[in-house]
Design a protein around this ligand. Sequence first.
Ligand code: TYM
Length: 337
Amino acid sequence: MSNQTVFSGIQPTGELHLGNYFGAVANWVRIQESGCYQAIYCVVDLHAMTMPYNPNELRKNTQQMFIDLLAAGLDPDKSIVFVQSMVPEHTELAWILGCVCAYGDLTRQTQFKDKSEQLEGKQDAFISAGLFTYPVLQAADILLYRAGWVPVGKDQEQHLELSRDIARRFNGQFGEYFPEPAVLSTETPKLLSLADPLKKMSKSLGPKHYIGLFEEEKSVRAKVRSAVTDTGEAGTEIGPGALNLLGLLRACGKADTAQAFEREYANGARRYAPLKEAVADALVELTGAMRQRREGIAGDRERVHKLMQEGAEKARAIARATMKEVRRLAGLPKHQE
Ligand code: TYM
């Protein structure tokens, strides 16, 4: 049963963009619609506390991300959708797993190195222990539901490898209990920045590098128009920027159009304006539909609040059962609920 459980999470650090949509969330919706899995999706607000943040903004962004996920197609009748901090078992399990996670493994995590370097350059640099132990909490998220599958983008693969190591060490020490979770990736496991196609699309690079899933037509068109296509590569190779645009077209369900461009480019043509226009049209269609859905959902705050409570209750029922067993295996006393 547990290998049919899917778990994934997203940080509420602002709006959904095409990178996390096509790299992960679109897959979450497909998995949900396949009806073959118990799908559990989480807004990981505790993870967002590992970088400097403002409490009021975190609360607002967490609710906004919950709404955005519903607009993107998650259906609380088919998947469990909830907010991490509303299920306190996540932090309890994280402590226990921290005691079976090797310190050396955490020092090798590239996300910690990248983010701490980013902070070091700032005034009043403060690098928290939470940023260092971030992947342990991520392992706890997944293992709490004994999930076998984790749909994420490429940048999360190292964290998943660590989650598997942690599961293995727990099982070796206390008895076989957790499945080792595997990555489920999409055709676009790494969508690149439009302005710098040598980097992954992310909000932290700045607005010209990403397109929001709910972005207005005018700015979508402007960003696609100014997207970098060639980055000066020699010979007949298509540049990473143009390949990225072709990937976007395919991700939007326009594989035939993408193939037609690819045939042209294989014959030596390098006209990128029509490709950009096709990409912009596809994205305007997508973002327009998303905006409309979001308006409908955001208009009923009471329902959103109720769905957040219900999602947390459903997740907690599973989390409690896991923790009961984990406490027993790990040598802790029985716990009154
Ligand atoms: P986060 O919030 O950075 O990103 C959410 C998901 O989007 C994917 N993603 C991308 N995929 C392709 N191209 C891109 N440019 C791109 N940008 C983002 C990410 O790979 C991710 O799947 N640590 C996680 C959140 C997390 C989690 C978990 C994930 C916490 N606990 C348990 C899975 C399971 C993170 O920061 O994702």
